[in-house]
Design a protein around this ligand. Sequence first.
Ligand code: PGA
Ligand code: MG
Length: 235
Amino acid sequence: MAGTVVFDLDGTLADTSGDLVAAANACFRARGLGDLLDPVGDALTAFHGGRAMLRAGYGRMGPDHLLPPGAEDEDFNLLLGHYGASIAVHTTLYPGVMETLDRLAGDGHILSICTNKPEALAHQLLGALGIADRFAAMIGADTLPVKKPDPRHYRAAVEQAGGEVARSFLVGDTETDRKTAAAAGVRCVLVGFGPEGEAITRLAPDALLAHFDALPDLARDWLGQEEGGRCPPSP
Ligand SMILES: O=C(O)COP(=O)(O)O
Ligand SMILES: [Mg+2]
């Protein structure tokens, strides 16, 4: 049985912050508030998802700024629409992602994605980035009734890819990923090249990934290596 490397998407494989912040700002502009978030300064918030960005932006309007009832859900849907229309304008893969996915597959590891991005948007983004066919499975925020940090989301990402949870680990960028790995009882490597830098070690990951180049050796240490194997096909 091959080992499985499970990847988070936003903030781990791709820097999606520019397009996420642009979608949130489009919502704020629609309410006449201008651009409340900054693509660079608010990247960390962007990696915590659409609702986190909306709350952060409206939080900047001060306690007296009242939104109409239902505004957050309305804006979240609007945000998803804007995001889907411009999903890969500023977004780029982090350095070394392509080569690393090739090396991991060449070492016989199964690759999968466990993301809290809605499934349709995640598919769209993987396609736009040209990496959709590298993964044996992808489980999004709405694929199941549960999402990260619920360990069932992670387990599904491993099992639908044809892997075994006991021989898998998670590569992620946030506390949600750290909690997911802990709940699933697997190791977690967090990226050290995100907005927080190496301060992410506050979450006590099993390893810190300074560059994708280091991942194949880590996977070999943690999962072993298949004899000349390739990823098995998606079930
Ligand atoms: O969109 C989100 O909430 C975060 O997505 P991620 O799980 O791929 O980081
Ligand atoms: Mg992430």
